[in-house]
Design a protein around this ligand. Sequence first.
Ligand SMILES: Nc1nc2c(ncn2[C@@H]2O[C@H](COP(=O)(O)OP(=O)(O)OP(=O)(O)O)[C@@H](O)[C@H]2O)c(=O)[nH]1
Ligand SMILES: [Mg+2]
Length: 597
Amino acid sequence: MSIRNIAIIAHVDHGKTTLVDKLLVAGKLFKDYERPGELIMDNNDLERERGITILSKNVSVIYKDTKINIIDTPGHADFGGEVERVLNMADGVLLLVDAFEGPMPQTRFVLQKAIELGLKPIVVINKVDKPNCRPEDVHELVFDLMFDLNATEDQLNFPTVYGSAKEGWMSENWNNKTDNITVLLDYILKYIPVPRTDKGTTQLLITSIDFSPYVGRIAVGRLQRGSLKEGQQVSLCHRDGSIVRTKVKELNVFDGLSRVKIESVDAGDICALIGIDKFEIGDTIADIENPEPLPPIAIDEPTMSMLFTINNSPFYGQDGKFVTSRHIYDRLQKELERNLALRLEETNSADSWTVFGRGVLHLSILIETMRREGFEIQVGQPQVIIKTVGGVKHEPVEELTVDVLDDYAGRVIELVTRRRGEMLSMERKGERTMLQFQIPSRGIIGLRNNVLTATAGEAIMSHRFIEFQPFKGEIEKRNNGSLVCLETGVAIAYALDKLQDRGRFFVKPGDDVYEGMVIGENSREDDITVNITKTKKLSNMRASGSDDKVKLAPPIIFSLEEALEYIQDDEYVEITPKNIRLRKMLLKEMDRKRNNR
Ligand SMILES: Nc1nc2c(ncn2[C@@H]2O[C@H](COP(=O)(O)OP(=O)(O)OP(=O)(O)O)[C@@H](O)[C@H]2O)c(=O)[nH]1
Ligand SMILES: [Mg+2]
């Protein structure tokens, strides 16, 4: 059977997974599938809840006697390295672009990678059902972008389809709505080249890892040369040049949403190898007698780290099943096997580790996953990685795009500039302004909150790592200090009410609180310790239950990412299966005072 290998790439939320779902439906794989609002492909809990793709996934559909291998990729910038890697399995890409937003930073990044690899693009201008969309302009912008990125003649001659993945239709002309996506499927057969294969002995670059609870890690890649059979003896060529002999216990190909056993695979197909011991991404599976490794692929270097420690708050062990350093260490080790951009360093303490990753989202997904598995941990403020290059201190710098209503542009520029951002461009489109900056990663931590507050929540913000650059100088920190809890107990409405003018609270009456817990934000710069557990004096007592009449502002509830971005460098986020709390590293006020001196 003829084969096509495509990857679906785009900026975050431009509709990749929605389109892959529709491709599966078109492949008659899900005739009866009807669960509105849920994507078949985003199949882990976190993906479902957040509506984002975290892991790239391989699926396939059969169309007109051709097997189309499809790789859905994540759009968030923290996972850019993953996209770059899996592009090695494809011969062409579907580049999705939102017909309203147009090309965004991650569009540029993923397209650049595809162009460098010489992949043939088909452009899909998606979401043409959106009011005020501008498909023709966007088409033009995509062309300009490709030109900018030095696309070849052939790549610049990209075919374009327009449509709405959500409504399940694609068309050559966006004014001609259809009721299916066959035009796209036909384009894939017509424009994406049949897999390029080389002559010679077996060669497969391990590009991605699949995981099964029964057999563990599974090597996934595209067979570049030769053939592979079940039970075949092969060489596993490591990145460092060493070669070990091993055997392919079982061979799988992708069939719809699942993997299926197969006896043999020919060059050009994407397959999964079970039973390969101790492999790494970028290793080559090669001929047993004449192993010839393929060039290894670059793996992302981390840009950020966080300190992970056991939970040693007064409330430790109340919610979680796994709380010891052994539990946490083993879990982190296990994560390293499949989470490629992750690194782990031991610290002086047996109870804490420095965990390195690609960004706050990357690390917070690990934390959230652990939390759901029953772990309790504490995590320190995200730190960017500082490197010394030629004797000069360097820090990660990112490209930041903010799309806002015109009225708010000034405020956003001010916020970003204060954090050492430099504006690169400012472009009007309709009532909106698209601002582009370069800004140190340090400046981005916590910025989203500020930008959303300053723009009444309507700004669209995205950023991605560009490179390490010389250190840009100090950045002013959060302006507000913390309200720190004086005593362990239960928060009382009366006490909170008396303190309302001091700032904003993160807890509500009835919440359990402990000494040293950060229970609010001070309206001033310094930290103050406050007593929110005291009950009213007897002389003040009115009718019982009068607490209910106290009018309190609702507490601020942070998401995990918000909490991580919010804390100061002498604070932790305490994470348990049921709670996210902020706390001082030093719980006693005396200790904090001594430490400050
Ligand atoms: N109006 C409209 N919304 C769409 C369309 N396609 C997708 N969406 C919506 O856009 C949001 C993001 O869609 P996804 O398919 O998850 O986007 P994605 O590109 O896979 O996102 P990431 O994997 O996180 O990068 C969802 O709310 C979709 O329902 C479309 O054609 N029109
Ligand atoms: Mg997705």
